[in-house]
Write a protein that binds this ligand. Structure first.
Ligand code: URA
Length: 212
């Protein structure tokens, strides 16, 4: 089984409280969501491999470290995932960004793809699939299905990154994709009867974009 990590940090906890608060403005919600994503990026990049590189400082030659290995791509699940992209890009500015758009079919309740656009070498990259809310896990699993089945991405090269997760969503992704590492800033109590996370923060997309 891959890793499941709740990224613990006082700054993240404080900022999560801000975005959970229903009185937080759209502007602040958007800014703080990106700040949390940036802090999480520090943790999700912790295992990136390094190699030695010879450089010269103004004083001497020296051997130092630089990133090596697979290039990165961030894959937001539209639309709420967009709210985390800039924060992560602050720390890994060269990462490419692919997009997956999913909607829920009212009859079948299945997630249906309406948009997918990725860098051509997506299957060779390490992927950060981002969605602020890991609720039932159905969007997450649908996005992972698309990446692995249609674009030949390997589950072991994929990290799933959420801000708030429900136990039901974590279990659903782990059951289908045991090789995918999951990172979240908070593991909440449960889903309500409408599939919202409790205590949660409401509809992340609406709160990021100021819609209702
Ligand atoms: N999606 C959201 O935006 N919020 C939830 O609580 C669950 C799913």
């Amino acid at each position: 089984m891959a890793k499941f990590t709740v990224v613990e940090h006082p700054l993240i906890k404080h900022k999560l409280t801000i975005i959970r608060d229903k009185n937080t403005s759209t502007k602040d919600f958007r800014e703080v969501t990106n700040e949390i994503a940036m802090l999480m990026a520090y943790e999700i990049t912790r295992d990136l491999p390094l190699e030695d590189v010879e450089i010269e400082t103004p004083l001497t030659k020296t051997t130092q470290k630089q990133l090596t290995g697979k290039k990165l791509a961030i894959v937001p699940i539209l639309r709420a995932g967009l709210g985390m992209v800039d924060g992560i890009l602050n720390l890994v500015p060269s990462a490419r960004v692919g997009h997956i758009g999913l909607y829920r079919d009212h009859d079948t309740l299945e997630a249906v793809e309406y948009f997918a656009k990725f860098p051509t070498d997506i299957h060779e990259r390490k992927l950060f699939v981002v969605d602020p809310m890991l609720a039932t896990g159905s969007s997450a699993n649908a996005a992972l299905d698309i990446l692995t089945n249609k674009y030949n991405c390997k589950p072991e090269n994929i990290l799933f990154v959420s801000l708030v997760a429900a136990p039901e969503g974590v279990q659903a992704v782990q059951a289908r994709y045991p090789e995918v590492d999951i990172f979240t800033a908070a593991l909440d109590e449960r889903l309500d009867e409408n599939g919202y996370i409790l205590p949660g923060l409401g509809d992340a997309g609406d709160r990021i974009f100021g819609t209702k």
